[in-house]
Design a protein around this ligand. Structure first.
Ligand code: BYC
Length: 331
């Protein structure tokens, strides 16, 4: 395992792994043979920890990701859009739950993960610390944010940990629908009045660069990539996925008459890929440190939801207790 260094400096490997070498070799051979590792199988401690970190962050992203869109459910422009958005936000709650369950199989409790999120100790995707200012932002989120998520998550269906891989299969099917509903909103706006087209362009201008940041730091500044690739937790590097995303999304923008806000974006015939400009990594690291434009509001909303849900948890606990007592009395 590699130590995490959010300053962007090159990270150093942790102290040598002290696991049993024979078990470690057998584990690595299974991973190399593309076998799934299951919860009861032996696994190195660093593998378990990395998975808990990545899966719980992913789960938190789904849950916090409901907030920017939930904000627009009551303001969607018509009933059809409202029903679709409601369904999408519900899907995200479901994704969070599958992922929390997958993380629990590694020995961390749901309460521990929730505590880490609410206290601000746990990370979630930087993208959700930006505000949704107009209806076009809902289109941009579906198109770009879910589009980036699909790019990252399709390969995770083949991640080496079985419960994570299986959760990703269903999540990816739903993400495809999310991406299309977002692009469809953008298509309509881009083909609408001048004001609607401007709104769509403004949303693309604000969400483009944060979407590129979703893939994480550049490979040479990513402390976790090398080990995670070796253990087939990650199947592609951050830069590989970012490039694929640009290659697929740039022509989609052009097809609906919108411009990607990057003067350096240019098709490179030799590479068979788009060249594109530099991401502002200072901004990325600041958002990761909790300095994103609406980071405080996101945390407050989650804390409030947790506090407001106290009576539900209490009612469920009392109900379970009553049932258990009734069962004992009947025996
Ligand atoms: N935001 O070594 P690296 C969604 C952190 S939700 C915040 O490259 P790794 C959706 C990283 O955690 C989308 N932090 O790390 C929901 C690490 O810090 P720690 C979420 C970031 O893990 C609702 C440090 O930077 N998807 O789809 O190898 C509505 C160094 O990075 C970010 C997932 O979570 C970031 N953007 O690679 C719509 C996918 N990037 O933890 C859509 C699963 C990096 O060592 N996760 N960091 O303290 C992954 O694939 C990987 O964890 C990442 C990062 C590619 C994100």
């Amino acid at each position: 395992m590699y130590t995490t260094d959010l300053s962007g400096k090159k990270a150093k490997p942790e102290a040598a792994i002290t696991e049993n070498p024979a078990k470690l070799a057998a584990f690595e051979a299974r991973v190399a043979a593309d076998e799934f590792i299951e919860p009861k199988d032996w696994m190195p401690e660093a593998y378990r920890k990395t998975l808990i970190r990545q899966i719980s962050q992913h789960a938190h992203s789904e849950i916090v990701g409901m907030l920017p869109e939930g904000n627009w459910i009551t303001r969607a422009p018509n009933l059809r859009r409202k029903a679709i958005l409601l369904a999408k936000v519900q899907d995200e709650a479901g994704h969070g739950l599958y992922l929390y369950c997958a993380a629990e199989t590694l020995g961390v409790s749901r309460d521990e993960m929730t505590e880490a999120l609410l206290s601000g100790k746990a990370k979630y995707s930087t993208i959700f610390n930006y505000p949704t200012l107009t209806w076009a932002d809902i289109g941009a989120i579906g198109w770009l944010v879910d589009g980036a998520a699909i790019m990252n998550q399709v390969p995770l269906q083949r991640t080496s940990y079985g419960p994570y891989a299986r959760a990703m299969v269903r999540i990816c099917k739903e993400e495809s629908f999310h991406q299309r509903q977002g692009y469809e909103i953008m298509m309509h706006l881009a083909a609408g009045t001048d004001a609607q087209k401007r709104m769509a362009q403004d949303a693309l201008d604000r969400w483009w660069w944060p979407s590129l940041m979703m893939f994480g730091p550049p490979d040479d500044k990513s402390p976790n990539t090398e080990q995670s690739m070796r253990w087939r937790i990650k199947r592609d590097t951050n830069d590989e996925l970012r490039q694929k995303f640009v290659d697929i999304t740039a022509p989609q923008a052009e097809a609906i008459g919108l411009s990607v806000p990057d003067p350096a974006l240019k098709w490179n015939e030799t590479r068979g890929a788009y060249d594109f400009g530099d991401v502002d990594w200072e901004e990325f690291y600041a958002v990761v440190r909790g300095e994103g434009p609406v980071a405080k509001e996101r945390n407050q909303a989650r804390v409030k939801a947790w506090e407001n849900g106290a009576w539900v948890r209490e009612a469920a606990r009392v109900h379970a207790e009553k049932r258990a007592n009734a069962k004992i009395a009947a025996e």
